[in-house]
Ligand binder design. Structure first.
Ligand code: MLT
Length: 262
């Protein structure tokens, strides 16, 4: 994995036989890391994109915020002298994408908002995060994996592709307790991004798994309504992690958006 100063990231160069299309920056969800994007990185590189996927897990402070995570993404673009990118994020990665838009809209050539929402946590949501922080302190990352994995994957995947749970567990267990704790803080302190939606004019794809119970399709519809000209795609038979649960269907939707809209 390349390292740049304090940054760690996955990178793929555009395939030699493909027309170079630009840079795609992919931001992972909670409590995961850049490896959740491996299937998309290979796919987009084959279609001519340079793909970068930073690990937000380099941020290990307990009071981390989505702004700290956005700084990781922006520092990576700056460090590699990339002047513009299509920025995509799944779930927490979407919250971070909104923070990138807030701080550095000039870099954004397009947006992919997967299984995410613009709203901040509700007071009940914050209480749930505090309980999760306590669970992390008491029992460590494996307890977080136990709690999150059933929520991350949809019922079809649970029934037909149990190996996805193992993939997720391996990714989660590679992360430190400090990084997971900082991410929980970032989730529960994130601002409401709804006022930002009307300011977004970059081509935008909103994509969601039909069986997502964490950020259900109704929230994707809110994003689609809020961002003028955005495209909404629902991936059948997938939950909160459509890129891992139905990679071919997810890649087709993303590839079509990159080819036609950006
Ligand atoms: C994620 O997948 O990044 C988290 O589930 C987001 C959240 O809990 O709000």
């Amino acid at each position: 994995m390349p390292i740049l100063g304090r940054l760690r990231y996955l990178e793929a160069s555009p395939a030699a036989n493909a027309r170079p299309r630009g840079t795609l920056l992919l931001i992972h969800g909670f409590p995961l890391n850049s490896r959740m994007w491996e299937g998309q990185i290979a796919f987009a590189a084959a279609r001519g994109w340079r793909v970068l996927a930073p690990d937000l897990t380099v941020v290990t402070k307990a009071d981390a915020t989505v702004d700290d995570f956005a700084a990781v993404a922006i520092d990576l673009l700056d460090g590699l002298h990339v002047e513009g990118a299509v920025v995509g994020g799944l779930s927490m990665g979407g919250y971070v994408t909104f923070a990138v838009v807030r701080h550095a809209a000039r870099y954004v050539r397009g947006l992919i908002l997967a299984d995410t929402r613009s709203q901040a946590d509700t007071p009940e949501g914050v209480e749930g995060r505090k309980k999760m922080l306590q669970l992390l302190r008491d029992q460590g990352p494996s307890a977080i994996a136990d709690q999150m994995i059933p929520k991350l994957i949809g019922e079809t995947t649970t029934r037909t592709r149990p190996e996805v749970a193992g993939q997720l567990r391996a990714i989660i267990m590679a992360n430190s307790a400090e990084a997971i704790g900082g991410a929980i803080n970032a989730l529960m302190t994130r601002p409401d991004a709804t006022p930002l939606l009307a300011t977004i004019h970059a081509p935008t794809l909103v994509v969601v798994g039909a069986e997502d119970t964490l950020t259900p399709p109704s929230l994707a519809e809110d994003l689609h309504r809020g961002i003028a000209g955005s495209q909404l795609e629902v991936i059948a038979g997938a939950g909160h992690m459509p890129n891992l649960e139905r990679p071919d269907a997810f890649n087709e939707v993303v590839g079509d958006f990159l080819d036609r809209r950006v």
